[in-house]
Design a binder for this molecule. Structure first.
Ligand code: HEC
Ligand code: HEC
Length: 221
């Protein structure tokens, strides 16, 4: 008897919370979606994994989304949905977001400023390690252009197409290079990244990952 009463009260409280949450989510504002999730219960709150400030959780491989261009973010959500980019965690979430929700959350994230990073933004300078050479000069004997040629000065990103690598964790960078190599990420229309990733050795991927981690992405909370 006692148990039945208690669970009845719980249900009413639960219903109230549900109604309040639904009212908040009916507002298609990007921030609400980011912090509370979309209309569908499967469109989980992004902040849970991507962090309250959108800076990701480096060690867990949850990428930084703050300050990425809205066009790039919307494209990634579409690519998860179509399976061009496969990931067991993000695919169901992307599928559960409506198009307007995806656009709203992307424009919210694109507008988030990020704290200045400790990265080496100088276009030239000493090229010490093999990884730094790949980043700043590439390796033309294998048709690998410098990462900065597309990802911009200091790898801080260029326009809608070339995402920043700066402030992404080493764990995430390595996971993406390996995904292109194995074909689980094949969302790059001209196969630019596919070609690059397949041309890199395991050691180079490890070294690049350590290089980007060293710029500060790894230790992000
Ligand atoms: C349960 C954890 C989790 C939640 C919740 C989550 N994500 Fe993700 N997200 C991930 C992981 C893990 C990846 C990396 C996937 C991969 O390696 O391809 C990712 C990657 C992404 C990317 C690709 C970023 C890039 O740089 O290419 C976007 C965009 C994204 N998530 C958007 C969202 C949005 C929008 C929400 C909320 C509606 C959300 N995520 C909720 C775990 C999560
Ligand atoms: C010829 C241009 C080009 C060059 C050179 C290039 N990239 Fe990219 N890279 C891209 C494009 C385009 C994308 C986004 C693809 C998409 O739409 O998902 C990308 C995405 C990435 C991503 C995924 C970022 C994210 O947020 O998910 C990583 C990691 C990456 N590149 C690493 C590198 C590294 C490391 C190098 C140098 C060894 C490099 N790239 C050189 C064009 C390039």
């Amino acid at each position: 008897m006692k148990f039945a009463q208690r669970s009845g009260r719980k249900t009413r409280v639960g219903l109230c919370v549900f109604l309040l949450a639904t009212a908040a989510q009916a507002d298609p504002q990007g921030q609400n979606i980011y912090t509370q999730g979309g209309e569908s219960p499967a469109a989980l709150a992004c902040a849970t994994c991507h962090g309250p400030d959108g800076m990701g959780v480096g060690s867990a491989g949850f990428p930084r989304l703050a300050g990425l261009s809205p066009g790039y973010l919307v494209k990634q959500l579409e690519d998860f949905r179509s399976g061009k980019r496969s990931n067991a965690v993000m695919q169901p979430i992307a599928a559960a977001l409506t198009d307007p929700e995806g656009k709203a959350v992307a424009s919210y994230l694109g507008a988030l400023a990020i704290a200045a990073s400790s990265a080496d933004l100088a276009p030239t300078g000493s090229v010490g390690s093999a990884a730094e050479k790949l980043v700043k000069q590439g390796d033309w004997s294998r048709n690998i252009p410098a990462c900065v040629a597309c990802h911009g000065v200091g790898n801080s990103g260029v326009g809608e197409s070339f995402p920043p690598l700066l402030d992404q964790s080493g764990v995430y960078i390595a996971a993406q290079l390996n995904a292109w190599r194995s074909g689980t990420r094949k969302n790059d229309p001209n196969d630019l990244m596919g070609h690059i990733a397949r041309s890199l050795s395991d050691t180079e991927i490890r070294d690049l990952s350590a290089y980007f981690a060293g710029l500060g992405g790894e230790g992000k909370p």
